[in-house]
Design a protein around this ligand. Structure first.
Ligand SMILES: [Mn+2]
Length: 433
């Protein structure tokens, strides 16, 4: 069957989780519920990342349940039974028999799940469950006096990628790099942001991939909106376009941002800001060394950005003042670079274990096998009235983002085949028309 990893890799993950759970624990990992788009049409289904991580079940409907006793792990994967009448409409299912190829001890029909899980909970001393993923599992867990969150245990394990995981992430980065290149070659003034989006996402589809998050394609000042997603404006001649897009392979994401002049040549002010962001980005990547504190890359990037803003006359103060408070780096450079320098990348594009969404917090330091993004940006929104926007740079938004594997031999840029040097970009933009 089409499992992306050997059974031994999944079993190893399960064992590492249970190594941190007390004896007689039950771990309940449901996949995502299906979501209705409207009436009887659903959104495309995407499995829950914890499910993918622990047993690779990618179909909709599925519950992974495991418990440990005297050092042994017993796991059950509850899945829908084969059902010809349903399959005529929805497609052939793997079914309870087919699921035996998955890395679990037993498989069972999902119809049995409620009573079986209730019984297993009654026989266990500690309950660990992902709450907020599946309504039916949440309901079962309501009757438990204490339900522990398994994420603080699983998330740090997910931070470190195996060779095979890195291989899939390299594939996803290669596809996203090619997609950005294709969009560059097809760029010309006065085209729609949606047309650029179609080049990028069309390439994802042609490579049997799909986006890992809705693509951001912002022309001109739209590039100053960090999570812009309407992608419905014309990119005027003379403007930059910012494309932040990534795809996934076997659930593993890439996340690349490039910014290029739609006409193929940077104006002088655009070039000044681009060179500064690129310099900061390269220094940020170089700072990705094993053992460095998690906050180090942001400090390195912030110092270059702040100094550059001073040198360009955008900030009228010394470096210390521009950076602000020593611990928080909250000085006025943040008016123009208001997001973080990077995030972990993996089964989720903003991967777990990086201090997001209540997970156990960012790693203390960089370790061999982590994959993260480095993505400084500078934004001079012409629509903002709350801060001073220098006329020369008004309407410019630039971000450059690469995917970086941390190794003991130094950082490896998985997205290195995506052009980012000014001369490369000016050569390729519009070359395919
Ligand atoms: Mn990103």
């Amino acid at each position: 069957m089409g499992l992306p990893f050997d059974t031994s890799e999944y079993i190893g993950r399960q064992e590492r989780v249970f190594a941190e759970l007390p004896d007689s624990s039950i771990l309940i990992i449901p996949t995502n519920d299906r979501k209705i788009r409207s009436n009887d049409v659903g959104y495309p289904f995407r499995a829950n990342s914890y499910m993918l991580y622990l047993c690779g079940w990618m179909e909709d409907e599925g519950i992974f349940v495991a418990h440990n006793h005297n050092g042994n792990i017993y796991s059950t994967l509850f899945v829908p039974e084969r059902d010809t009448k349903k399959e005529i409409w929805e497609g052939i299912r793997i079914g309870v028999e087919g699921a035996k190829e998955w890395p679990v001890t037993n498989t069972s029909a999902i119809e049995n799940s409620v009573s079986d899980i209730q019984q297993m909970i009654a026989q266990s001393d500690h309950v660990y469950s992902n709450i907020g993923v599946s309504q039916s599992i949440d309901k079962i867990c309501e009757s438990c006096s204490v339900v522990h969150d398994p994420r603080p245990i699983i998330d740090p394990l997910r931070r470190i990628k195996s060779n095979k995981e890195v291989q899939y992430m390299q594939e996803a980065a290669n596809i996203a790099s090619e997609a950005h290149k294709l969009a560059m070659t097809k760029s010309s003034p006065n085209m729609g942001e949606w047309e650029i989006q179609s080049s990028v996402e069309g390439y994802f589809m042609s490579a049997k991939s799909t986006w890992s998050f809705p693509s951001i394609v912002g022309g001109g000042s739209n590039a100053t909106i960090l999570h812009y997603k309407s992608n419905d404006c014309i990119v005027d001649d003379g403007d930059l376009v910012l494309v932040d897009a990534g795809c996934e392979i076997n659930g593993y994401a890439s996340d690349i941002t490039r910014t290029w002049p739609i006409s193929g040549s940077f104006t002088e002010p655009q070039r000044e800001i681009y060179e500064l962001v690129l310099k900061a980005e390269k220094a940020g990547i170089a700072s990705c060394q094993v053992g460095k504190p998690w906050s180090h890359m942001h400090r390195v990037v912030s110092e270059i950005i702040a100094q550059g803003l001073i040198d360009l006359g955008i900030l009228d103060c010394d470096l210390q003042e521009a950076l602000g408070d020593e611990a928080n780096l909250d000085g006025p450079f943040r008016n123009f670079f208001m997001h973080g320098t990077g995030h972990l990348l993996g089964l989720d594009v903003h991967d777990v274990g990086g201090g997001r969404q209540g997970d156990p917090g960012a790693p203390q330091s960089l370790e061999n096998g982590m994959v993260l993004t480095i993505e400084p940006g500078l934004y001079f929104a012409d629509w903002r009235t709350d801060i001073y926007i220098p006329e020369r740079y008004s309407g410019i938004g630039i971000r450059i983002e690469d995917d970086v594997l941390i190794t003991t031999d130094g950082p490896v840029v998985l997205s290195s085949s995506c052009p980012k040097e000014i001369n490369e970009i000016e050569k390729i933009v519009g070359s395919g028309i």
